[in-house]
Design a protein around this ligand. Structure first.
Ligand code: ADP
Ligand code: MG
Length: 428
């Protein structure tokens, strides 16, 4: 059930104690924290990202209250308190705000109008703009275009005729994506030939982003944090391997040539400065054979591909997020090790439990506490940390938890890598 935001706003405003908002937007170098240790941060969303934000934030002394519709959520388990309620419930929202000195969101499925309304009552440093832009693939593309960031050629269509025209212009193969609500490859269609099935008409009419299929050689991503005073901290690019469009593995640092690394970091810095958000932004990119970088997608929050920073980099993306939103100065990110993150999905749970006691000490386990394991559901991840990428890949490949890397995946890892890696193949 979606409630109109004005209705919701009125009921919320009426149910809250009357108090002036203490939040003042600041963009100066003289910044003091918005909240101090001992004060409470309210988290919209109870998933694993919230859980890891809270674990870091508690170390810094903050208290946390989580709002999530499900009891015993991953974030709720590690928070001081969880409010069980829908995100569009005025009563639940009023309770969250009453208990919070500052509010954050940990996922995109929050109505930006709701966020805007909360902002008028409590500090919500992330703001609603980045959320609004990144929830809608069409708007996201417009923002990227305005910032002069290259993407795959695309068109937005709302009818079958427009779709056919777009395909005619872009030429197959194309990727079709729903404008809102898609994730982990859900709501996507790859059209390779004219005989491939189209999305149902009612889905097309809600709006589809049609884009050229990009024969990239590598997928990389960059995490960038921006603080309240406008300072920006960019993490080194990592390489991502997806299986069935769900992130399988992240390699840090990305095995790419120096020039590509520098360009990816420049894009991240430029975007963060243009978008003027507060918090953490993840930028997914495609690297083409000639070294061209195209931006594919943005996420307005800590990201699965940033989980590797928990064991390779200080501060990790979650501490940096907490620092950004509470008004603490960002810290320079310092990478200590090479690392590989591998996701544990529902289908890996059984084999993971069997291996748990036998894992080597370089395997750092992060388990999210979800009670039901479903296929494709992210249950946890393992960060493997060592000095050598080659050793890590061999070690992971021998573990009977995941399918070993395919020839194509090996090739992607070593494609257009650093000079000393070029041409090296583990299977040769
Ligand atoms: P989401 O992560 O929200 O499901 P993405 O746009 O990131 O949506 O797409 C998921 C994955 O599908 C990407 O990581 C990439 O592997 C693949 N993909 C998406 N768009 C394209 C494209 N234009 N060309 C080739 N592969 C694509
Ligand atoms: Mg993506």
């Amino acid at each position: 059930m979606t409630m109109r935001s004005t209705q919701l706003e009125n009921s919320l405003l009426n149910s809250l104690p009357k108090k002036e908002s203490s939040f003042i937007w600041r963009e100066s170098s003289d910044v003091s924290p918005l909240v101090m240790p001992g004060q409470t941060i309210g988290v919209l969303g109870g998933g694993q990202l919230g859980r890891m934000i809270i674990l870091e934030g508690r170390r810094l002394g903050y208290r946390f209250v989580v709002l999530d519709p499900a009891i015993d959520s991953p974030a709720g388990q590690v928070a001081d308190e969880q409010i069980v309620g829908a995100y569009d419930s005025p009563v639940a929202m009023a309770r969250l705000m009453e208990k919070s000195d500052l509010v954050v969101y940990e996922f995109e499925n929050i109505d930006p109008d709701m966020v805007r309304m909360i902002e008028t009552i409590k500090p919500l440093p992330q703001g609603s703009n980045l959320l609004r832009w990144t929830r809608h693939r069409g708007q996201e593309r417009k923002v990227l275009q305005d910032a002069q960031i290259p993407t795959a050629p695309y068109q937005v269509v709302t009818s079958k005729t427009e779709l056919l025209e777009a395909i005619e212009e872009l030429q197959l193969p194309c990727v079709l994506k729903v404008l809102t609500g898609g994730y982990d490859g859900k709501g996507q269609w790859v059209l390779r030939t004219s005989g491939d099935p189209f999305p149902p008409v009612d889905i097309i009419e809600k709006g589809i982003l049609v884009e050229k299929f990009i024969p990239y050689v590598k997928e990389i991503s960059v995490i960038v944090a921006r603080g309240i005073s406008g300072e920006v901290e960019v993490y080194p690019p990592v390489m991502n391997i997806h299986r069935d469009q769900i992130l399988h593995m992240t390699i840090s640092p990305a095995p790419i040539k120096e020039g590509i690394r520098t360009r990816a970091e420049q894009i991240a810095y430029h975007l963060a400065s243009q978008l003027r958000f507060v918090g953490v932004l993840a930028i997914e990119m495609f690297v083409l054979a000639d070294g061209t970088i195209l931006v594919n997608e943005l996420a307005p929050r800590p990201h699965n591909s940033g989980h590797i920073t928990m064991d390779t980099t200080t501060p990790c993306q979650f501490e940096q997020f907490v620092r950004a939103v509470t008004g603490l100065p960002l810290r320079k990110s310092i990478r200590k090790n090479t690392g590989i993150m591998v996701n544990l999905l529902g289908e890996h749970q059984e084999a993971f439990f069997e291996q748990l006691a036998k894992l080597p000490s370089c395997a750092k386990v992060h388990w999210y506490g979800k009670s039901v394991a479903k296929e494709g559901r992210k249950m946890g991840h393992i960060n493997f940390v060592r000095d050598s990428l080659q050793d890590l890949l061999e070690l992971i490949n021998e573990l009977p938890i995941w399918k070993p890397l395919s020839q194509q995946e090996w090739e992607a890892i070593f494609a257009i890598a650093n000079n000393q890696m070029e041409g090296r193949r583990l299977h040769d």
